[in-house]
Design a protein around this ligand. Structure first.
Ligand code: CMC
Length: 454
């Protein structure tokens, strides 16, 4: 098959049959042009094959624009570094959900609607007690978030705009409460109720770090850094977790269930789990002397090790979020009086070496959002196991904005149902038991003599 391009169509030629197919080319407001493949199968009987969606736009969206080559990230047209510097997380939430920056009265009203939903149903406390104390906070969180659909029946009708809005605001409001509860449960401390006089980020720090026996002194610098962290994680267009939310939601599932699905996808080390993996990697490296050894491992194709916090599917330039977080990490360490933090020193040196190494330069592998975020939130007192939970708090608004955008575009709404290139056996006759030979798959899958662990 060969191809040649025209003005607003793209001609595909099947070299086997000589048949031609005109594919319409569509354009967004900016970014690459897109081949409209919706009618390809109908007209040619063929599918496209694109594992990992490397060349596939799965939807139209007005929310976030990324130019990975230039290192640009904009929400509704506003540059991320400007939002991180001039805005606050509530404002960014409003922007992502409603398309514009809020006027002063809109902002006040929006904050009131969110703030008044920070508490969770008291019975949810019991739900937490069903988990083991040593469970990973993400395992607890997506269980609890999914269970919200069992608690808030008045907001699961996705066809009712009012219910959609209530569910959206509830999820944004309750996510920090649920994350803080997961933390408190893991350390055996009592749950701390939200304080609605505090900002969104400050309230989260209060619920996480205050204890009933002592007064908690809120540091405005740390509250600001937390807020910035949430802004920087708020949305990133069609990443794995957001696409998971869209796919789950395309079947009509309720928003609480869809966001729980997104959290599961976020948890993986190639996505939101990377901030945790970065700190673990830096701790493993331990000293600057060992950096070359780890760089060599990352470059060795036979070794599955990757430099965590480096590289991105979309950014082939600096991740603009990493630049802001690098600065924020320094501010937090200064506020906490931490001089010469060994992890930060190690990270700076690793970045310096990697950015001059041919392997990383050639592949355009730069530090991503997770490279410095772990250092910052670790210094703030969060255990490594909470890192992805913090990412989930920030990303909740992005997931919801995409879910809403999809549901509200009724014309485009279709259940997500990818096709496949089948490479398995073709039709064959059923074999009776006495004709089959032993394959011994269990010998290498697991030791069959081991005691069964229920
Ligand atoms: N260390 C070493 N080599 C790497 C790395 C890395 N971190 N990332 C990519 N490469 C190499 C890769 O081996 C491949 O080399 P070659 O061309 O010789 O086969 C080349 O760079 C292209 O990589 P890829 O796997 O085709 O790229 P991808 O777009 O599929 O993967 C990624 C993107 C983020 C999964 C990957 O860069 C990675 O695993 N990074 C480490 C994990 C990480 O930091 N994840 C956080 C992503 S940002 C936050 C988020 O979106 O959640």
């Amino acid at each position: 098959m060969s191809s040649s391009s025209h003005h607003d169509t793209f001609t595909l030629t099947d070299n086997k049959t000589g048949k031609k197919h005109e594919v319409p080319v569509i354009e967004g407001s900016e970014g690459p042009r897109v081949l409209d493949m919706r009618h390809l199968h109908q007209h040619t009987g063929m599918f496209t094959y694109d594992p990992g969606y490397v060349s596939t736009a799965s939807c139209k969206s007005k929310i976030t624009f990324i130019d990975g080559d230039k290192g640009i990230l904009r929400h509704r047209g506003y540059a991320i570094d400007e939002l991180a510097e001039k805005s606050d997380f509530m404002e960014v939430c409003y922007l992502l959900l409603h398309g514009e920056l809020p006027s002063p009265p809109d902002k006040t009203e929006f904050e009131k609607y969110i703030t008044h939903r920070t508490m969770v149903h008291e019975q949810i406390n019991n739900f937490f007690h069903g988990f083991r104390r040593d469970a990973h906070p993400m395992a607890v969180m997506f269980g609890v978030v999914g269970a919200l659909s069992a608690f808030y029946h008045d907001s699961t009708d996705i066809n009712d705009p009012h219910q959609r809005m209530i569910a959206s605001y509830r999820l944004i409001a309750k996510m920090p409460t649920i994350a803080a509860m997961a933390y408190k449960y893991s350390v055996g401390q009592p749950f701390v109720y939200p304080d609605n006089d505090l900002s969104y980020a400050a309230n989260f720090l209060h619920m996480t770090f205050s204890i009933p026996a002592e007064r908690y002194t809120m540091s405005p610098v740390l509250a600001k850094a937390m807020d910035k962290f949430f802004i920087l994680h708020a949305d990133h267009e069609q990443n794995a977790s957001t696409s998971t939310v869209r796919l789950a939601g395309s079947s009509g599932a309720n928003p609480y269930a869809c966001i729980a699905a997104g959290m599961v996808s976020l948890w993986g080390p190639a996505h939101g789990g990377a901030n945790e993996a970065v700190v673990k990697m830096l701790q493993e490296i331990g000293t600057k002397k060992r950096i070359p050894e780890f760089i060599a491992k990352a470059k060795d194709r036979k070794d599955p090790f990757r430099l965590m916090g480096f590289g991105h599917r979309v950014y082939k330039n600096h991740d603009p979020r990493a630049q802001v977080l690098r600065k924020a990490a320094h501010e937090v360490l200064e506020e906490l009086g931490i001089k010469n933090d060994p992890l930060l020193e190690l990270a700076l040196e690793l970045e310096r070496i990697a950015l001059t190494d041919d392997y990383f330069v050639k592949r355009k592998l730069y530090p991503n959002v997770d490279f410095y975020s772990g250092i910052m939130i670790k210094a703030m007192g969060f255990p490594v196991s909470m890192f992805t939970a913090l990412f989930a708090i920030g990303r909740t608004v992005g997931w919801i904005a995409h879910w809403k955008e999809m549901i509200e575009d009724q014309q485009a709404l279709k259940i997500g149902r990818p096709r496949q290139l089948y490479t398995g056996k073709t039709e064959r006759e059923y074999q009776n038991m006495d004709k089959r030979s032993k394959k011994s798959i269990f010998n290498w899958l697991w030791n069959t003599k081991e005691k069964v662990n229920y």
